[in-house]
Design a protein. Structure first.
Length: 399
């Protein structure tokens, strides 16, 4: 797709903002069709599927935010002269064609497309069948905005394919494909990694940990745990595992209090062998795979450790590399934890729920990457570009 000037791109986004605002009832009707067909056996997925007035306001705000951001394409990264006047300029450039494969969340159809388009990328949207009508309506809105501004609808495409057709497309794409972002659970991510022939940027797996150091403030700790665990269980930044320092003052009493506190707020508690001796009424974790699991449910595991080092080792072994928190007023322990824990986002005395483009000041996000190349954490507008070298000579030849 050719390079577009910033005004052209922003005019499309202005049209999209208006179209979203003027056609709310049309979108809500399409979403109702999806909700009526959905069997509510997966509450987390159902919650992600719902579109309401507030969700539409959020979509509009996302488009507005990206429209107001500086164009990420063509920025000079470096500019130098080498070899007797050979001029070498490195600039940001579009990826090309990006495909995002996602489940349930229709708002991704807005956020992914607005980011890709503003960064001058063509985007292929492969949503789940559970959001079929909602996604079709939103892409129709995008096509209206593109057409109003004299642009080809191919900039934003909805891919309606079965699992088998998707598998074949990943192996033998019928059009150039530069990057795939699977945004969802472990099964989806593994499916894409197994079959894709181009670069894959992994997003979506949480399994986030919180460590209660022996120097933690107890009241703050309980509130952070409550927010991280219960605020939105369907989010990849929700809390799943809690590790408690065995030397925390009043350790046994605090464990019992934490269990009661979580139970009162509807959270099922599992424990490791050691913690289970204090909380025998809980189910003990006997299968190691549970430590690797992202729950997406009102459930958590509480374990006991004897040091910051032990907590870090356990987190680095089992977590999804997404988010981890230390509750501690000891700065030395906090710094050690934050530097040594291998996660995209590390926190001191704060909820993991902040690992989000909007909350971190990035704005709309395509996904939250747990990979290390080419970016880690929220993928916003500035992360949807690659780079390109422009070399200017005057008959230069290399000796």
């Amino acid at each position: 797709m050719k390079l577009l000037d910033t005004n052209k791109k922003n005019n499309v986004l202005k049209s999209m903002i208006r179209i979203l605002g003027e056609n709310r009832s049309e979108l809500l009707g399409a979403n109702k069709e999806d909700l009526d067909l959905f069997k509510r056996d997966d509450q987390a997925m159902y919650d992600r599927l719902v579109i309401d007035e507030a969700k539409i306001d959020g979509m509009i705000a996302s488009v507005q935010s990206v429209m107001e951001q500086e164009d990420p394409v063509g920025k000079v990264i470096s500019d130098r002269e080498v070899h007797d006047g050979l001029k070498v300029i490195n600039k940001t450039a579009p990826f090309g064609t990006t495909m995002i494969i996602y489940e349930s969340r229709p708002d991704v159809t807005i956020e992914a497309a607005v980011l890709a388009f503003k960064a001058n990328n063509k985007i292929l949207l492969k949503g789940g069948k559970e959001a079929k009508h909602s996604n079709a309506m939103l892409v129709d809105f995008w096509h209206r905005a593109l057409t109003e501004n004299g642009l080809d609808k191919d900039w934003i495409q909805l891919m309606n394919m079965s699992r088998e057709e998707t598998q074949e497309f990943l192996k033998n794409p019928t059009q150039p494909l530069d990057l795939i972002v699977p945004r969802g659970g472990e099964r989806l991510i593994n499916f894409v990694k197994e079959h894709a022939e181009c670069a894959v940027l992994v997003s979506g797996r949480g399994n986030n940990f919180l460590f209660i150091d022996k120097h933690a403030d107890w009241d703050k700790t309980k509130q952070v745990i409550l927010n991280a665990k219960t605020h939105k269980i369907s989010a990849c930044n929700a809390l799943d595992k809690i590790l408690v320092h065995s030397e925390f003052p009043g350790y046994e009493a605090k464990l019992k209090e934490l269990h009661s506190f979580l139970k009162e707020n509807g959270v099922e508690v599992l424990t490791d062998q050691r913690t289970n001796k204090i909380l025998p009424e809980t189910d003990v974790v006997t299968d190691e795979s549970v430590w690797y699991e992202e729950f997406l449910a009102m459930k958590c595991v509480i374990g006991t450790v004897d040091s910051v080092d032990e907590a870090m080792d356990k987190i680095n072994k089992y977590s999804g590399g997404h988010s981890a928190t230390i509750m501690s007023d000891d700065q030395q322990n906090a710094v050690q934890f934050m530097e040594q824990v291998d996660s995209a986002a590390v926190y001191q005395n704060a909820s993991t729920r902040f690992t989000d483009g909007g909350s971190m000041g990035v704005g709309a996000e395509l996904a939250i990457s747990t990979d290390k190349l080419h970016h880690r954490g929220p993928l916003g507008l500035n992360e949807l570009v690659t780079n390109k070298y422009y070399v200017y000579g005057d008959g230069h030849v290399r000796a």
